[in-house]
Design a binder for this molecule. Structure first.
Ligand SMILES: [Zn+2]
Length: 231
């Protein structure tokens, strides 16, 4: 499941030259889906146009369609204009490595569905991803490695943070901050289809590495919901 971040009224972060995160994320999502398809995968989308999909509904759609992986695509923003490169996150159930990034990305989440059941719903959602954290970390490491090679960056590692969009995913799930839209050079690159294709190649290679490590098997431990009955 390819999940281009934001959309509609939620523009996400904005570059100094006006590029909106929601637009860049959608273009990257299209490129990633094309490369995944070419590699023999069957990409699905949470959104294919400029529509806002509530964060809680994105993982739900992935669960309903039996997606094997969930990949949320975003652009990073930092006060330091020089910040550059990619960061791949997987879910942290408590405090994370970069809660500020998570808070920014969670801003459009809204309240959890079902006001009265929200505490229960939130616990169930946490459990859904909890069973997949190890696989999510492996997926994050595989993708981060490829994106670091692309950017020529060695030191950036995988991080953990409490992203709402990942919580309900009953499958390995990562959030990719593809580049810094706040960095004018990276903002310029993001407008270039050739750069987006390279990013998509890197993410696809990461996905292939992930499955190769898993001996080609999809490790789905549950279908359609949290594994409350699992021993
Ligand atoms: Zn975002």
């Amino acid at each position: 499941m390819v999940d281009p971040g934001h959309g509609g009224d939620d523009g996400g972060a904005k570059g100094t030259k006006g590029l909106k995160e929601k637009a860049a994320a959608l273009e990257i999502g299209r490129a990633v889906a094309a490369k995944l398809q070419a590699a023999g995968f069957e990409p699905l989308f949470t959104r294919e146009d400029d529509t806002f999909i509530p964060l809680w509904d994105r993982a739900k759609a992935a669960n309903a369609q039996g997606a094997d992986l969930f990949i949320s695509l975003h652009l990073n923003a930092a006060r330091a204009k020089a910040a550059r490169g990619s960061e791949v996150y997987f879910l942290s159930l408590g405090q994370g490595d970069d809660d500020e990034v998570a808070a920014t990305e969670n801003a459009g989440a809204g309240a959890a569905p079902g006001a009265e059941d929200s505490v229960v719903a939130s616990i169930l959602d946490d459990l859904a991803q909890k069973a997949f954290l190890q696989d999510s970390e492996r997926l994050a490491v595989a993708i981060q490695g490829q994106l670091n090679r692309l950017a020529g960056i060695k030191e950036r590692g995988v991080k953990q943070a409490p992203f709402v969009v990942l919580r309900g995913a009953a499958m390995p799930a990562v959030l990719v901050e593809v580049a810094f839209i706040s960095n004018p050079k990276e903002e310029e690159k993001l407008k270039d289809a050739a750069f987006r294709a390279k990013v998509a190649d890197a993410i696809t290679l990461g996905v292939r590495r992930y499955f190769a490590q898993a001996n080609g098997g999809v490790r789905r431990r549950m279908v359609g919901g949290p594994s409350l009955g699992r021993p």
